[in-house]
Design a protein around this ligand. Sequence first.
Ligand SMILES: [Mg+2]
Length: 392
Amino acid sequence: MKITAIETLVCHARMRNWIFVKVLTDQPGLWGWGEATLEWHTKGVVGAIQDLSQLLIGEDPRRIEYLWQMMYRQHFWHGNGAVRGTAISGIDIALWDIAGKILGVPCHRLWGGRVRDYIRLYCHLGGGRMEDFYDTKPADADRFAELAQQAVEEGFTAFKSMAVPETLPLEGLRPVKYAEACVSAMRDAVGDHIDIMVDCHARPSPRMGLLFAKALEPFGLYFFEEPCWPEVLDDMALIQQSVKTPIASGERLIGLHAFRDMLDKRAVSVIQPDITHCGGLSEARKISSLAEAYRVSMAPHNPQGPVSTAASIEFGFATPSYIICESVHKDVEWRQDVVSEGFEVQKEGRIVLPNNKPGLGIEINEAEVKKHPFQQEIVQRTFYQDGSVGDW
Ligand SMILES: [Mg+2]
């Protein structure tokens, strides 16, 4: 059995271009689907997949680890950057889809079988650019409360929000009070039985991250995400040691070694590998084994397209430390038109029941994808109040 071609299908989905990866084989009707979506780097990833194809065409798709090693180690440069890491991930996911299809079993059966009956989903309330409504604190708090109630009405028992505003490396009490007001409003709106998460998008400086973490500690967050850059792991560890709130991070990390460093520092209670960036399902399985050794939870980052979601779900059914999966259900109205999924989502409680179809259990409707061709993402620039460059 041989790989004959690796195709990329780009599908513009409002906020991002989904990059679907199709690995074709010499067996009629046998191909695998992966996803390698990387916002603002679509052309780079498509090019990286073309580069990697040179290594893979003619190889046996069943030798997944062997091919992963080639993709990561050959051609001198290791694959631990975002563009190549994402390209490797997309191909690796497709290879696992092929493996499941060859054996006629869902991917989770390949990894030791089901360890749970269902997977819990959470949604993202958004919040977007905080400075747009930075000075209207009461209205923002009310808006967050409204969105929180809406998520619960839609069946979610957990949701995430960006209730921490963008700040200069050091600011006074105002942004901290703003975040407190927004989280307090959400907690009042949904009560104690719903889990609330707050994502800082790694925007705060380590000291601002600590101030926010301390201020929000009384609200019993399920986790507090990326309170500072992942480049400063000692500071993240200090934040984690300073509050009882579980700290979560990892969506920007590529490869097992990066997660080893994060875990070794005791910087987080929850790791958030993105299966479409971290090195695919092969690397995510190694990362999860490492997390088991540290007894740290796993909640994958998953805001992209439907193949990413299918991979994250399959992975969750075979991963003991997995606690919850990010889900997107309102990004584009036609999301369900481009894919048929093997798993079932129960609206009540927003839980996913297992996929029983082979591989990832999905099929992409290529005609639908073609209706949404590549469009350049809107250029995003962010600046602090004084004109200096901030983090998007
Ligand atoms: Mg995040």
